[in-house]
Design a protein around this ligand. Structure first.
Ligand code: NI
Length: 133
């Protein structure tokens, strides 16, 4: 039987959504106030799920302690209280929409968590992006 376990972690980060190939008017038309030149912040919540069999010795799919430290070191420490446009190497040159951020986080974490089956990135109470294996 396959079981899915999920760890939720939060971080705060700033961003400016814009396409550098467009002028300010075109950016404002498409992205609205999200393209304001000096950016704005969000309190994000990240949910990472791992699916697999339950180990008969530990009773676990994966040790949540290990999962927590991988997500903390690979993602949270790099994005928390940072500008996604200016301070985060893995987002360099990428428009920091929730979709693009989720995609990069998937690329990084799925290499470290082989059974990773789902990622949900909440940008706000009302907006979230989901990637499934
Ligand atoms: Ni935003």
């Amino acid at each position: 039987m396959q079981v899915t376990i999920t760890r939720r972690m939060t971080f705060s980060a700033g961003h400016r959504i814009f396409n550098e190939n467009w002028d300010d008017a075109r950016n404002f038309e498409i992205f609205g106030p999200c393209s304001n030149p000096h950016g704005h912040g969000h309190n994000y919540a990240l949910e990472i799920s791992v699916t697999g069999p339950v180990d008969s010795e530990t009773g676990m799919v994966i040790n949540l302690k290990d999962m927590k430290s991988i997500i903390q070191e690979e993602i949270i420490d790099k994005v928390d209280h940072k500008s996604l446009n200016a301070d985060v190497p893995f987002m360099k040159g990428i428009n920091p929409t929730t979709e693009n951020l989720a995609h990069k986080i998937w690329e990084i974490l799925s290499k470290k968590l082989p059974g990773m089956s789902r990622l949900v990135l909440h940008e706000s109470e009302n907006n979230k992006v989901e990637i499934n294996r």
